[in-house]
Design a protein around this ligand. Structure first.
Ligand code: LLP
Length: 387
């Protein structure tokens, strides 16, 4: 991503910068990989719900995976066809369940026997017959950060395998529900394909098991989770979708008429975004030097919340002339928030930096703008789109 410094001239920093061409290339690659295959991708709206990003993704023909009633409404407003929308969530309120049914979305992913009963009663009361998938907790370790692993038995998500028989029976006998499939999601930022292959084996086992009992599933939703390269976004701006979809196609026993649904979020949007910030101070400590940015953990919470690292670039220093490599120094890069965890990087080797330099925190298209807060009464940053 080429960050044009003139963009920051006269603009109030920090702001999120989105590169539409990277997003479009990512979407083209996804569409190329799944063309002619029984795979449908629902973009996980939670990763970035900026209306313009949503519209671009809807235009590319992807569906939407939502986790709140307001996400369902935002997806429809952005141009997603309700037929292409699914809705998961462990705590959908009655209001949200009714809104989803009224909107005529493709299906709801039901996460518990308790939800199944409530939804069935609401559907009957309001005269709907929604399609549902049962979200299964497959007890598979995604080997990712503990806060973003979701498919382990002790996680709150989905129906435990031990309760699945009962849930399938209840769903089939429900008065007003139409059971069409199973849903899974094992975690996020997964870069090794092994957990996905293990998930496929578990899916095959369950599909066979239920087929023997006379239950066929039209939809198998394997969730999201494909990771991206946070260390070198310029070398790998587009995630390895081919490897991911090939893993699914190779390992899943896809039955006649069955559709495989995926819910990719991060892999679709992370690399098209950067958080652009200005250096407020370069501060000397006793043994350390600090770069204090005008962006903080309220604008990009991933480092503070998950110990995540986004590539930090001083874009005011021209690195293109490799003959004269700029002098560097070692810095801790932090934000202005009154929390010790408001740090974007420790011991970062960066070009010698001065007050006023422009910095980019890369790969901030996913789980950045949508997780921003007004902590310390700070404003939510503006967004700038470039082609
Ligand atoms: N489907 C379900 C049911 C999910 O819970 C999630 C993400 C996704 C799909 C999309 O996963 P993705 O393809 O983006 O990995 N805020 C965290 C990530 C939380 C992910 C929550 N669920 C982060 O910044 O790393």
């Amino acid at each position: 991503m080429n960050i044009d410094l003139s963009l920051a001239e006269g603009l109030k920093t920090p702001f999120y910068l989105y590169d539409v061409s990277i997003l479009n290339r990512t979407l083209q690659e996804i569409n190329k990989c799944i063309a002619g295959k029984p795979i449908k991708v629902h973009y996980a709206v939670k990763a970035n719900c900026n209306p313009r990003i949503l519209s671009l993704i809807a235009e590319a023909g992807l569906g939407a995976d939502c986790v709140s009633g307001r996400e369902v409404s935002a997806a429809i407003k952005a141009g997603f066809n309700p037929d292409d929308i699914c809705y998961a969530g462990v705590g959908k309120t009655d209001r949200e369940l009714i809104l989803a049914m009224k909107s005529g979305i493709a299906y709801l992913n039901v996460e518990s026997i308790e939800e199944l009963e409530v939804l069935d009663n609401l559907a009957l009361e309001f005269g709907y017959r929604p399609n549902i998938c049962l979200r299964v907790n497959p007890n598979i370790d995604a080997h990712t950060h503990q806060y973003i692993t979701t498919g382990l038995q002790e996680n709150k998500f989905g129906i435990n395998l031990a309760m699945l028989d009962e849930a399938v029976e209840l769903a089939r006998n429900a008065k007003s529900l139409n059971l069409i499939g199973l849903h899974f999601h094992i975690g996020s930022q997964i870069t090794d394909m092994t957990p996905f292959a293990l998930l496929c084996n578990k899916v095959n086992e369950l599909v066979d098991y239920f087929q023997k009992k006379g239950v066929n599933f039209r939809v198998i939703n394997v969730g999201g989770g494909l990771g991206i390269d946070y260390d070198d976004p310029d070398a790998n701006p587009i995630p390895d979708f081919k490897n991911y979809f090939d893993t699914l196609l190779k390992n899943l026993k896809i039955h006649e008429g069955q559709e495989i649904h995926c819910e990719l979020g991060r892999a679709v949007v992370a690399q098209c975004g950067s958080l652009i910030s200005r250096v407020t101070f370069v501060k000397k400590g006793v043994n350390r030097k600090f770069i204090i940015l005008d962006a903080g953990m309220n604008d990009l919470i991933r480092p503070a919340l998950y110990g995540a690292h986004h590539k930090i670039q001083n874009v005011s220093v021209d690195l293109s002339d490799s003959e004269s490599k700029p002098a560097t120094d070692i810095y801790d890069v932090a934000g202005p928030i009154c929390e010790s965890s408001d740090v974007f990087g420790k011991d970062e080797e960066l070009p010698v930096t001065v007050r006023g330099d422009i910095f980019a925190l890369r790969s901030a298209g996913a789980y950045a703008e949508c997780m921003a807060s007004t902590y310390n009464i700070r404003p939510i940053p503006e967004t700038i789109f470039v082609d």
